[in-house]
Design a protein around this ligand. Structure first.
Ligand code: NAP
Length: 477
């Protein structure tokens, strides 16, 4: 039984309840995890409160915080293979996808460890009668609520900048994927962080998540997940006027002009939608192709998609594993039916792999002849389903690309430098890739326009989510 991690201790749930965590490739249980309830949230928030208000953590200097974070990064790196096996068994992502996720998590931890001693206030110009300066202070207790697609990486996007700036964290991982967060709690203990600084309370969003969002001891909610959950969190956090940052869904356009390197664009289009089985918030789920090269590009994409090795994610030859759960599988299949029903042409996939009798597998699926009004062009599927639309000219491409309530990411493929820059500016999205897709750098901020959320994770900007500015006026008259 995996226990909760509260106030520096692994502990049973107050209600004595537990839930099973499954491997989506085998449909079998791989762990029993203690299920937190509102009483455990209370214990965790009290511990975290104490850590930021009066504990060792509150009086610790930035270099010491930095040292602990670097140590945690080293310890995690030493156990990386264990983390990789755990993440692959729990999420169905391939070993290479887990390696990329977890190596990035270590990098994020190191990046913000460096910032701990560098994020500073400033001295402002003033006359001889005053000394004006600002301090950057932690916001306090942070509730970090995360989804199941990149379980530890998306937690680290919140935990690392929050630790660097002196906050304490209560983390609620997705119920489907709590294992690497609990493993990370062991690293936190081994690194020597004071008690209460980092807590993990797995349990249902509707109870544990909701209790965190409304708890008066929580100062900030950092959330990644579905847009509808984000709306609900924003409403519940309003009474306590909590600071919030929301990283939500997407329906990102990937635009290929006729003058692009079509071989690179074809490979990029596959990576954009099939990486991590399409369970990527920034997935390039709408491929917009200039009419004159549509047949050629569709041919390349379809041919490669058909050859994708779908199967056991622990096998190093596998290129795509199962989707996360039975519910998600049914959701993906129902979108495929909707696509067919609305008249889109199924070019590849649309079914489940015949050679796999167990597991939530679905073949890479490509629809052509998709129109913007169709459900598969409008709604986030969060699975390996690509919708291909065509456009006439740059104006038509921009209109179609921006015709969505989301604005998380977008890409443009062209050899024309001016066109690339113009299009990048016209796209209403928080990230724009030019001649590439799905690349992330710890220093480059990430977040949404429109209903893909607000607040920027990664980079220097994320530090602002976890600090507040105090202005100090010293009278010298
Ligand atoms: P979700 O259903 O919104 O769940 C996300 C987290 O919120 C889970 O930990 C969930 O707990 C919890 N939760 C659910 N209801 C809650 C409530 N009322 N109050 C507080 N917490 C609550 O999303 P998901 O299905 O796990 O993840 C897929 C979504 O995440 C997609 O829409 C995707 O686009 C988005 N996403 C966005 C980004 C980004 O950076 N923008 C990155 C990755 C994913 P349970 O697990 O117990 O339900």
């Amino acid at each position: 039984m995996k226990q909760l991690f509260i106030n520096g201790q692994f502990t049973d749930a107050s209600g004595g309840r537990a839930f099973s965590v499954l491997n989506p490739a085998t449909e079998e249980s791989i762990a029993e995890v203690a299920e937190a309830d509102a009483r455990d949230v209370e214990r965790a928030v009290l511990g975290a409160r104490k850590a930021v208000d009066e504990g060792k953590w509150a009086s610790m200097g930035p270099s010491e915080r930095s040292r602990l974070m670097f140590k945690a990064a080293d310890l995690m790196e030493q156990k990386l293979d264990e983390f990789i096996q755990l993440e692959t068994s729990n999420t169905g992502k391939t070993l290479i996808e887990s390696k990329i996720e977890l190596s990035l998590a270590v990098e994020v931890l190191r990046y913000y460890a460096g910032w701990a001693s560098k994020h500073a206030g400033e001295t402002l110009p003033s006359g001889p009668k005053a000394f004006l300066f600002t301090l950057k202070e932690p916001v306090g207790v942070v509730a970090a609520i995360t989804p199941w697609n990149f379980p530890l990486l998306l937690a680290m996007w919140k935990v690392a900048p929050a630790l660097a700036t002196g906050n304490a964290i209560v983390h609620k991982p997705a119920s489907l994927t709590p294992l690497t967060a609990l493993r990370f709690a062991e690293v936190v203990v081994a690194a020597g962080f004071p008690e209460g600084v980092f807590n993990v309370v797995p349990g249902p969003g509707a109870t544990v998540g909701a209790a965190l969002v409304t708890h008066p001891g929580v100062d900030k909610v950092a959330f990644t997940g579905d847009t509808s959950t984000g709306r609900e969190i924003m409403r519940s956090a309003a009474d306590g006027l909590k600071k919030i940052s929301l990283e939500l869904g997407g329906k990102s356009p990937n635009i290929v002009f006729a003058d692009a390197d079509l071989d690179a664009a074809g490979r990029g289009a596959l990576n954009a939608i099939f990486y991590n089985k399409g369970e990527v918030c920034a997935a390039g789920s709408r491929l917009l192709v200039e009419e004159s090269v549509q047949d050629e590009l569709v041919g390349r994409v379809a041919e490669r998609a058909k050859k994708t090795a779908v199967g056991d994610p622990l096998d190093k030859n596998t290129r795509m594993g199962p989707v996360i759960s039975k519910t998600q599988l049914q959701k993906v299949l129902s979108y495929i039916e909707a696509g067919k029903g609305e008249g889109a042409r199924l070019a590849v996939g649309g079914d489940r792999p015949a050679h796999l009798s167990k597991g939530y597998f679905v073949n890479p699926t490509v629809f052509t002849g998709v129109r913007s009004s169709m459900k598969i062009a409008r709604e986030e599927i969060f699975g390996p389903v690509l919708s291909i639309l065509s456009f006439k000219d740059p104006a038509d491409a921009m209109a179609k690309a921006n015709e969505t309530m989301y604005g998380l990411a977008a890409a443009v493929w062209t050899r024309d430098l001016k066109k690339a820059h113009r299009v990048a500016r016209a796209l209403k999205a928080g990230t724009v890739w030019i001649n590439t897709y799905n690349l992330y750098d710890v220093a480059l901020p990430f977040g949404g326009y429109k209903q893909s959320g607000f607040g920027r994770e990664l980079g220097r900007e994320a530090l602002d989510l976890y600090t507040q500015t105090k202005s100090v006026w010293v009278d010298l008259s």
